[in-house]
Design a protein around this ligand. Structure first.
Ligand SMILES: Cc1cc2nc3c(=O)[nH]c(=O)nc-3n(C[C@H](O)[C@H](O)[C@H](O)COP(=O)(O)O)c2cc1C
Length: 420
C-alpha cells in the first residue's frame, strides 16, 4: 500500500457467490481512489476466491474466521468494524442479506455488520429467482428501512444461464457510488460536529476578553503592478475570530489578503502590506487583552518599490533587493500591557515542533500553534488542519480536525493560561 495518507477507510465484505471475483476489481478501483481497504470474507466466499489474492493486494490479513488461531487480532470484529468509514459488501448473497436483516451474527462478516456504526452499502448478486423471492425482497426492504444503501443488481444473463435481474452492477458504478457515499457521509459528519460545537459554544466563557487578531497574507509591492505574497487564505484566523466572538469575546480582525470573507460580529480593519498591518496592530493593541498573530506576514519586502511598472529587458536575470519588515509579534510581546496574552502561529515545512518552541522563546509568546503545512489536510486554503499547541502548560498534539474545531481548542488553552 502506498505511503501517502489514505482519504477513506473501507471494509470490503465478500460473500460466497459467483461474482466474488469482481470484488477484486472493486478493491483496485477504491485503492486507486486513495482508499485504504481491508477485506472480510465469508467462509463460502473463500470457495470462489482465495483470501491470498486480497491479502496480497491489501498487504493485510484477510478476516474470514475470528476464531482462527492465525487471526492476529483477538477482537477483530470490533476493531475492524469501528475503524472503517464504509462497510461495502460485494457481492452480497441472499444469505448474508437475510442475516443482516435479522441481526444474525454467526461469522466474522455478520458480526462486523452489527458492531459497526459506519454506513453500509450492499451490492447484491444472485439468481433471478433468489432475487425475486419474497423473503429476499422482504429482507432488502427491512435493511433499507435500517438505513442500508443498495447498489441494485442489473438485468442480464446470469451465471446460471438464466436471464433476468440479479447480475452484479458494473464494478466502476459500485466504486463510484461507494466513493460518493463516503464523501457525503464525511460532509454530514462535519456538519453534525459543527452543530454540536455551536451548541457547546453557546456558553460565553470568554466574555470580557478583547481579541486582536491578524489574518490572511500580506502583499509587498515590487512596482505598481506586481507584489510578493503567499498562499494564506485567512481561513484559520477567521475560524478563531468566529469562535471567539461566539464565546463572548469582542474581536478586532486586522485583515490582510484573504480568499474568504470575515465572519459576522467582528470589527475588520484592512491592512495589505506588513507595514500597514504593523501600524494597525499597534494602534489597536491598547484595547486588547489577547493578541493572536494568525496572519502570514511577509518577513521581507522589496527595498525600493518602483514608481512605474518594471519593463522586460534583454537582461536574463533581475535582482530584487529585500529588506526586513517590522516583526509584529515581537513588537506586540515587547509592548505587553496588563494581562495581555500573546499567541503566535508557526506554519512550517520541516522541524516544526523545534522551530515552534524556539519561536515561543525568541518572541516571548504565551502559546504557539504549530503546523506542518506539507501534511495532507493541513495548511493553506484547507478547511482542516493538523496542529500542535505548545504553551507553558505543555504540548498537545491534535489530530486532523476542522479549522473551527482547532480554533475552539486554541481558545480552550487560552482560558487555561488565563486561569493561572
Ligand atoms: C457455484 C455457486 C454459485 C453461487 N452463487 C450465488 C450467488 O451468486 N448469489 C447468492 O446469493 N448465492 C449464491 N450461491 C449460494 C451461496 O453460496 C450460499 O447461499 C452460501 O450459503 C452463501 O454463503 P455466504 O452468504 O456466507 O457467503 C452459490 C452457490 C454455488 C455453489
Amino acid at each position: 500500500m502506498s505511503e501517502s495518507k489514505k482519504i477513506f477507510r473501507v471494509g470490503l465484505g465478500v460473500c460466497g457467490g459467483i461474482a466474488a471475483y469482481k470484488a477484486i476489481e472493486v478493491l483496485r478501483l477504491l485503492q486507486k481512489a486513495n482508499c485504504e481497504v481491508r477485506v472480510a470474507m465469508t467462509r463460502h466466499a473463500t470457495e470462489f476466491v482465495q483470501p491470498l489474492t486480497f491479502r496480497a493486494l491489501t498487504e493485510n490479513y484477510v478476516l474470514v474466521d475470528d476464531y482462527d488461531e492465525n487471526n492476529p487480532d483477538p477482537i477483530a470484529h470490533i476493531n475492524f468494524s469501528q475503524n472503517i468509514d464504509l462497510l461495502l459488501i460485494v457481492p452480497a448473497t441472499a444469505n448474508v442479506i437475510a442475516k443482516f436483516a435479522n441481526g444474525i451474527a454467526d461469522d466474522f462478516l455478520t458480526s462486523t455488520y452489527l458492531a459497526s456504526n459506519a454506513p453500509v452499502m450492499i451490492a447484491p448478486a444472485m439468481n433471478v429467482t433468489m432475487w425475486n423471492h419474497a423473503a429476499t425482497q422482504r429482507n432488502i426492504a427491512a435493511l433499507r428501512k435500517d438505513g442500508v444503501y443498495f447498489v441494485e443488481p442489473i438485468a442480464g444473463e446470469l451465471a446460471c444461464k438464466t436471464v433476468g435481474t440479479g447480475k452484479l452492477e458494473d464494478v466502476e458504478n459500485i466504486a463510484d457510488q461507494a466513493l460518493k457515499l463516503l464523501v457525503e457521509s464525511r460532509e454530514s459528519r462535519v456538519e453534525r460536529e459543527n452543530q454540536t460545537l455551536d451548541s457547546r459554544l453557546s456558553t460565553l466563557d470568554l466574555k470580557g476578553e478583547s481579541l486582536l487578531i491578524t489574518v490572511g497574507g500580506t502583499r509587498e509591492a515590487i512596482d505598481p503592478v506586481r507584489f510578493i505574497s503567499n498562499h494564506s487564505s485567512g481561513k484559520m484566523g477567521f475560524a478563531v475570530a468566529e469562535m471567539a466572538a461566539k464565546r463572548g469575546v469582542r474581536v478586532t480582525v486586522v485583515c490582510g489578503v484573504t480568499t474568504v470573507s470575515p465572519p459576522a460580529n467582528v470589527e475588520v480593519v484592512r491592512a495589505v502590506s506588513a507595514e500597514e498591518m504593523f501600524q494597525a496592530v499597534m494602534k489597536k493593541l491598547p484595547e486588547a487583552t489577547i493578541f493572536i498573530g494568525a496572519a502570514a506576514v511577509a518577513d521581507y519586502r522589496p527595498k525600493n518599490v518602483a514608481d512605474a511598472k518594471i519593463k522586460k529587458t534583454d537582461q536574463v536575470t533581475l535582482t530584487l533587493e529585500l529588506e526586513k519588515t517590522p516583526d509584529i509579534l515581537s513588537n506586540v510581546s515587547g509592548n505587553r500591557h496588563g494581562n495581555l496574552l500573546v499567541v503566535g502561529f508557526a506554519a512550517e515545512t520541516n522541524d516544526v515542533a523545534a522551530y515552534a518552541k524556539s519561536k515561543m522563546v525568541r518572541k516571548n509568546l504565551d502559546l504557539v500553534v504549530a503546523n506542518d503545512i506539507t501534511k495532507k489536510g493541513a495548511g493553506f486554503n484547507s478547511d482542516t488542519n493538523i496542529a500542535t499547541i505548545i504553551s507553558r502548560k505543555g504540548e498537545i498534539d491534535l489530530p486532523l480536525m476542522s479549522k473551527r474545531e482547532l480554533a475552539d481548542k486554541i481558545l480552550d488553552e487560552v482560558i487555561k493560561l488565563r486561569q493561572n
